[in-house]
Design a binder for this molecule. Structure first.
Ligand code: 5AD
Ligand code: SF4
Length: 473
């Protein structure tokens, strides 16, 4: 009979949080806790939270209140992550069934903090502003055996006027290149072929060991780790996105054909108010450098509409920019005033209807661009890594180097011996999740592709117009 205490963790927000939850799970497992599949089975229930926009933060409190009754069964609740750091002890008032509040800069102390709870303390917090070490653990429990996250830098020293992250995640702390490479090797040795390097601003990575590598140098070395076939990274700040990064990407095709380069606004006036430290022109120079890479690279971005003082003309500049850049994807948001931030004091001057209208116009335009650009992929072949199988659509689900989803069928290969049971094909799984195969695109939507498996990429007809990222032929 296993007497291990059981925990359950629910994650909100970005990849950084998803990966933090993997580290927290690993740490707890190393201290005798066992993960369980449902909240009801757990003794310790953790919410790893996001506070980037107000809606995300409110969602956490909604979710917490749903499970208040479970406290009567002796279960303990903990709030981790950005809302924990931001709200601190106020969480105990708003959700009295919570007994543990821990910000991401204090996760190394988590086993101690939980031990205090187990020893009978009613309320325990870990809210140190900035630990001077990155949260590293030998016990990361990765959820996906084929794609692994790997943190290279924690925190953020930029102070964009709207952003809560410097307050919730503390100051920048880079990991040593040796520890990053060692973890990358370990990941590759486990059979995993894809790594995504993570940080709030990976470009400002600076190796704290005497080697003193820049991000570009680290990227080049990680891409050389034997066994890795795909290396990605996120997220980049345009100011620090130096041309050497593109050069390194051009030299090693293991580095995926994708750059995520959040612009936030196409108006230099708004960028100045946002304290982004670059102009529209400077940003476009970065794009030009990316476009000059010998291998075509897909570029995606983040955009905010309705920042205080954003005029119709400013917004038009943003539309103009997306027309010019032709992003392959964009996350766009309505401005949300956040605690502690500089722009909080400037009010929220753009009415909700105007924000909503601008967002709808922006998203529609961006969708049209993506749909239109993606049509050029029809007839081309991409290399994809298989992520799963969708039995309802009888399609494999995979991802290409530019990080877009490719759904595909595989005629013949998929059917087993007798091939039919109750009129349905019997699925023989000749292909495996994590495998790399070639897919010829037959249909393109705005965000994903449909295609068919091809054994080998045949000779392709020459492509009219600019080169397409991720295309084999
Ligand atoms: N309001 C709206 N969007 C925001 N983002 C960050 N802070 C805010 C805010 N206060 C967006 C930015 C960032 C992405 C992760 O979230 O576009 O790049
Ligand atoms: Fe991630 Fe930022 Fe949300 Fe924190 S606030 S979880 S860092 S997106």
């Amino acid at each position: 009979m296993n007497n291990a205490k059981k925990f359950w963790i629910e994650t909100f927000g970005c990849q950084m949080n998803v990966h933090d939850s993997e580290k927290v799970s690993g740490t707890l497992m190393a201290h005798g806790y066992a993960p369980v599949a449902t909240m009801e089975e757990a003794d310790l229930i953790l919410f790893n939270t996001c506070s980037i926009r107000d809606k995300a933060a409110q969602k956490v409190f909604g979710r917490l209140s749903q499970f208040k009754a479970l406290q009567e069964q002796g279960k303990k609740f903990g709030v981790l992550g950005c809302v924990a750091q931001q709200e601190g002890e106020a969480i105990f008032k708003r959700a009295p069934h919570v007994s543990l509040v821990v910000g991401s800069a204090s996760y190394t102390r988590l086993p101690d903090l939980i031990a205090q709870l187990d020893a009978g303390e009613k309320r325990v917090t870990g809210l140190g502003e900035a630990s001077d070490e990155a949260f590293e653990t030998d016990f990361t429990r990765r959820d996906n055996p084929h794609r692994a996250y790997l943190t290279i830098i924690e925190g953020c020293d930029k102070h964009c006027a709207y952003c809560v992250v410097p307050f919730t995640r503390g100051k920048e702390r880079s990991r040593t290149s040796a520890s990053v490479l060692e973890e990358a090797r370990r990941i590759a040795e486990s059979g995993c072929t894809e790594i995504q390097l993570l940080g709030q601003n990976v470009n400002s990575y600076r190796d704290p060991s005497p080697a003193g590598w820049s991000f570009a140098e680290l990227l080049a070395r990680v891409a050389e780790v034997p066994g890795l076939r795909r290396v990605r990274y996120t997220t980049s700040h345009p100011r620090d996105f130096h041309p050497e990064i593109v050069q390194v990407m051009g030299e090693n095709p293991v580095l995926c054909d994708h750059v995520h380069l959040p612009v936030q606004s196409g108006s230099t006036d708004v960028l100045r108010m946002m304290r982004r430290d670059y102009t529209r022109e400077k940003y476009l120079e970065r794009i030009a450098t990316i476009r000059a890479c010998p291998r075509p690279l897909a570029v995606t971005t983040d955009l905010i509409v309705g920042f205080p003082g954003e005029s119709d003309a400013d917004f038009e500049r943003t539309i103009d920019l997306i027309n010019e850049v032709h992003y392959t994807g964009a996350f766009s948001f309505k401005y949300s005033p956040r605690p502690n931030t500089e722009s909080l004091t400037w009010g929220d001057s753009i009415p909700e209807e105007v924000k909503a209208q601008r967002l709808a116009i922006l998203q529609q335009r961006q969708q049209d661009i993506q749909w239109h650009d993606n049509q050029r992929y029809i007839g081309r072949t991409l290399e994809v890594m298989i992520e799963g199988y969708n039995p309802r659509h009888e399609q494999w689900v995979a991802r290409c180097s530019t990080n877009r989803i490719v759904n595909f069928t595989s005629s013949g290969l998929r059917l087993a011996g007798s091939t039919q049971r109750n009129g349905l094909p019997v699925f023989s799984q000749p292909m495996q999740v994590g495998e790399y195969v070639h897919v010829r695109i037959t249909k393109a939507g705005g965000n994903s592709f449909v295609g068919e498996h091809v054994a080998a990429p045949g000779p392709g007809t020459p492509l009219a117009g600019p080169a397409l990222p991720g295309v084999i032929v």
